[in-house]
Design a protein around this ligand. Structure first.
Ligand SMILES: [Zn+2]
Length: 67
């Protein structure tokens, strides 16, 4: 599951969120002010290989999530 970074449209707080690829992110709430519809940021330092690695780790830890 990839990690995305979002920037609050109101207070500009940047926060990270684990998201499924097809999961809606406009309902996410800013941890600082509670505003929704954050702006999705490009996360250059999180490569696809790293996401795959995390996915594999999660499959080992909690295989019931991947039925
Ligand atoms: Zn905010």
């Amino acid at each position: 599951m990839p990690i995305y970074e979002f920037e609050c449209c109101k207070c500009k707080t940047v926060y990270e969120q684990l998201m499924k690829v097809d999961e809606r992110y406009d309902v996410l709430e800013c941890p600082s002010c509670g505003a929704k519809k954050p702006k999705k940021l490009a996360t250059a330092f999180r490569t696809h290989a790293w996401s795959t690695f995390l996915d594999n780790m999660e499959k080992k830890i909690s295989p019931h999530k991947f039925k």
